[in-house]
Design a protein around this ligand. Structure first.
Ligand code: BTN
Length: 241
């Protein structure tokens, strides 16, 4: 286990977290939760492989040829009502990390899908119980024959070490954003990277144009001159600009 100290410039306090890199996990979400429960210290778990990775809404998270599978478990100081913003903040953080390390610009599909040219190359999953929050991020680094709708970030295998460095950079950036409080969440960055805003979306039985992000992270859509707020999981498809 590598121990790592993060000292974000904009935070009052240094934040310590453990980093654990393992070959294989059923799900890094469960590994991270167990380790935080056992030690009381925030932890980033990165696995080279997952045998039972999970996505949002109970879906399986498939295994690409090379992936980043990472989960960061911590105790949140944010008010419960603000925690719905954490998935969006985590999406901005991984976008920044990918830009910094790989010089690739990701689009963000609301609420927290990571996109390149219409293909989903990754996503985030936030699970919480009480004040414990586990933020998971999966990125398809290399996938020669991806499943439908999926894509990969790279065309050559970067190796496992790149996945670990990417995960560490992601968590460092994430901690920096979280340390600024919910009032300082990076809304402008999220909105400018969004591939959902200003597009038409379908949800349940509705079709409307995405016009904004509410203060709790909901997607604001306009339909027949009326504004409706959609919460995570309800939007299925972006159909046209
Ligand atoms: C989504 O549905 O788009 C979110 C996918 C999140 C997958 C990641 S991979 C690392 C972590 N462990 C899991 O089991 N899931 C998340």
């Amino acid at each position: 286990m590598i121990e790592h100290w993060f000292d974000p410039q904009d935070c009052d306090m240094a934040t310590q977290y453990d980093i654990v890199h393992i070959d294989c996990a059923e799900s890094t979400q469960d590994e991270a939760r167990l380790r935080l429960d056992a030690t009381g210290t925030s932890v980033l778990v990165v696995a080279d492989e997952q045998t039972a990775g999970r996505g949002r809404q109970g879906r399986d998270w498939a295994q690409p040829d090379r992936g980043m599978f990472a989960s960061y478990a911590f105790v949140s100081g944010w008010d419960l009502s603000d925690r719905t913003l954490i998935p969006l903040v985590a999406a901005v953080a991984i976008r920044e990390a990918v830009q910094e390390l790989l010089d690739i610009e990701l689009g963000l599909r609301w609420p927290n899908d990571l996109m390149i040219e219409g293909g989903k190359i990754g996503g985030l999953l936030v699970e919480a119980s009480g004040d414990t929050v586990i933020v998971g991020c999966g990125i398809n680094l290399l996938w020669k024959n991806p499943i439908e709708g999926a894509a990969a970030l790279l065309t050559e295998d970067p190796g496992a070490s790149v996945a670990v460095r990417l995960a560490e950079t992601w968590v460092d950036v994430l901690i920096g954003h979280l340390g600024r409080g919910s009032g300082g969440w990076p809304r402008a960055e999220y909105e400018s990277a969004s591939v959902t805003l200003d597009h038409y979306v379908i949800w349940g039985d509705g079709l409307g144009r995405a016009v904004g992000i509410a203060n709790d992270g909901a997607l604001v859509v306009e339909r027949d001159g009326e504004q409706i707020e959609l919460r995570a999981g309800e939007v299925h498809t972006r159909v046209r600009r």
